[in-house]
Design a protein around this ligand. Structure first.
Ligand code: RIB
Length: 300
């Protein structure tokens, strides 16, 4: 099954700090590292490392050529990544001593996608293919409309949530994958059970994955709800933990694994990611995930 991921590619400038800077405060960082990132790129790499056939579509500037190269090295197809005469999208990421992060995005080339680019990419995909989207590129409503017309199943990670999500024809989405912050933004509810209930009422045909960080994750289909606890580890950097979860979960579900098993695979994959620095650099391989699943009794 082919997965088309129409998504962002970013250069991440990651600063480590004792704590996330407060309003009006100035602090010196302990280090600065530059990592490949972007929710789109991270999810493509997670899918590919899990074993899926992924086609990444998106836009970089000349300064982002190494991101395209990284995709290729990870087995992600790159022929739908275009290069425009603009600066590549970037992210300023603060990582605190406790592993928590805070991110500012500069969309750059990620917002240079034209309708004709969308048409050109989608003409190569159709029924039986999967489309994965996050919310870091432009043309989202158009992409969803066109893909739905072609019978492509749409998986949406509405992250980061903003008014662009509200402009999208969300009733065409097959599966939402979101965390509790996006859950609150999508439903106005804080409680996880309430979030799942409202999502079910608003989008009765859709499946919903709700990740809760250290509290685990839920997967709600039309008739069943599955849950997995989080796998406890010492977090160093939580960047891309959600992207890792998304990639491994989608791969497992498309492979036909049960909801319970898919959640466990994804929880283990993201628990490995948080023990490492960086975004896509922290994503484990399928072999690593499998080894950890075998070694940990309560996850076997
Ligand atoms: O989800 C993590 C990602 O969010 C980072 O890689 C950063 O680029 C932002 O898109």
């Amino acid at each position: 099954m082919r997965i088309l991921n129409f998504g962002s590619l970013n250069i991440d400038y990651t600063y480590t700090l004792t704590h996330i800077v407060k309003p009006g405060e100035t602090i010196s960082s302990k280090s600065l590292q530059v990592f490949p990132g972007g929710k789109g790129l991270n999810q493509s790499i997670a899918l590919a490392r899990a074993g899926s056939e992924v086609y990444h579509a998106g836009c970089i500037g000349e300064d982002g050529k190494f991101l395209e190269q990284l995709c290729r090295e990870n087995g992600v197809h790159t022929k739908y990544i275009k290069t425009a005469n603009v600066r590549t999208g970037n992210a300023i990421i603060q990582v605190a001593d406790n592993g928590q992060n805070s991110i500012i995005l500069y969309p750059g080339s990620n917002r240079s996608i034209l309708k004709e680019d969308v048409d050109r990419v989608l003409e190569n995909f159709g029924e039986g293919d999967i489309l994965l989207l996050q919310n870091e590129i432009n043309q989202m409503p158009y992409i969803i409309e066109k893909a739905a017309l072609k019978g492509i199943k749409i998986f949406l990670n509405p992250s980061p949530y903003d008014s662009c999500i509200e402009d999208c024809p969300l009733e065409k989405v097959y599966m939402f994958i979101m965390n509790e912050v996006e859950g609150l933004q999508m439903t106005g509810k804080k409680d996880e059970k309430e979030i799942l209930k409202i999502m079910g009422e608003k989008y009765p045909r859709a499946e919903v994955v709700l990740t809760l960080g250290e509290k685990g994750a839920y997967y709600k289909t039309r008739c069943e709800t599955f849950y997995t606890p989080a796998f406890k580890v010492e977090a160093v950097d939580t960047t891309a933990a959600g992207d890792t979860f998304t990639g491994f979960f989608i791969h497992a579900i498309l492979e036909g694994q049960s909801g319970e098993k898919a959640l466990k695979n994804a929880a283990v994959a993201s628990s490995i990611a948080v023990t490492r620095k960086g975004a896509s650099s922290s994503i484990p391989s399928w072999e690593e995930v499998n080894k950890m699943l075998e070694n940990v009794h309560n996850y076997a």
